[in-house]
Design a protein around this ligand. Structure first.
Ligand code: PXP
Length: 236
């Protein structure tokens, strides 16, 4: 399985002091050297961590694959079509949230999302949509012409009872199988860590995982190179 490393929280540390270190660009280079298959950043409307400057430089230096998480707003579409990362992942965004709270409701906003997907694809950007593992959302993402879907693993990651864990895994498995059958690439992510990753790695239809917080948290203690390498070993 491929590993996309989300480096937003390197920028969170920088923005805590509004200074120029640590630099997410350096983090991207180290992550790639440690085995990351892709680099993910979320440019938020409030610019709380990643800045446009980061995105511009990352587009130049990332050698693997740059994935931009973004809300489907006009502002973000303008930035994405200007910088042209390899992939854009459409996510819902609320200014007051600590992190992305759920998947995008593609069924409810199908026409608007389809227009954004088409616009990005005109610039040869592959479009992924972050959705909750629900069959309706898979069908809607397919109808929106998404190239890929990223299944939200948050509910699975928060589940504590064995029965609940198994229910969530089964949902992710079914959605991954359906999405793949429809010809979309299947990714997964959110709140995955070095322990809960095992059951997700067993779902063979998933080809890539996007992981941020747990890797950066470990990196703060043992170094980024080691934190990425250890996660990559677990998912390979
Ligand atoms: N995937 C998406 C769509 C996200 O919004 C996030 C959080 O930015 C992640 C993956 C990574 O989540 P975490 O930081 O919990 O690993």
């Amino acid at each position: 399985m491929k590993l996309g490393v989300n480096i937003d929280h390197i920028a969170t540390i920088r923005e805590a002091r509004k200074t120029n270190e640590p630099d997410p660009v350096a983090a991207a280079i180290i992550s790639e050297l440690a085995g990351a298959d892709g680099i993910t950043v979320h440019l938020r409307g409030d610019r709380r961590h990643i800045q446009e400057r980061d995105l511009r430089i990352l587009k130049e230096v990332v050698k693997t694959h740059l994935n931009l998480e973004m809300s489907a707003t006009q502002e973000m579409v303008r930035i994405a079509t200007n910088i042209q990362p390899h992939t854009c992942t459409l996510v819902p965004e609320k200014p007051e949230e600590v992190t992305t709270e759920g998947g995008l409701d593609v069924s409810l906003n199908l026409e608007a999302i389809r227009r954004v997907v088409k616009r990005l694809q005109e610039y040869s950007i592959e479009v992924s949509i972050f959705i909750d593992p629900e069959l309706d959302q898979i069908k809607a993402s397919y109808n929106a012409s998404a190239n890929a879907i990223e299944l939200n693993t948050n509910k699975y990651s928060l589940a504590r009872k064995q029965e609940e864990i198994e229910t969530e895994i089964q949902k992710i498995k079914d959605c991954a199988a359906m999405g793949k059958k429809l010809g979309m690439r299947i990714l997964a992510g959110h709140a995955l860590n070095y322990i809960n990753i095992e059951k997700i790695v067993a779902i063979l239809d998933i080809e890539e995982l996007n992981i941020g917080h747990s890797i950066i948290a470990r990196a703060a203690l043992v170094g980024l190179e080691r934190a990425v390498r250890e996660m990559k070993q677990l998912i390979t």
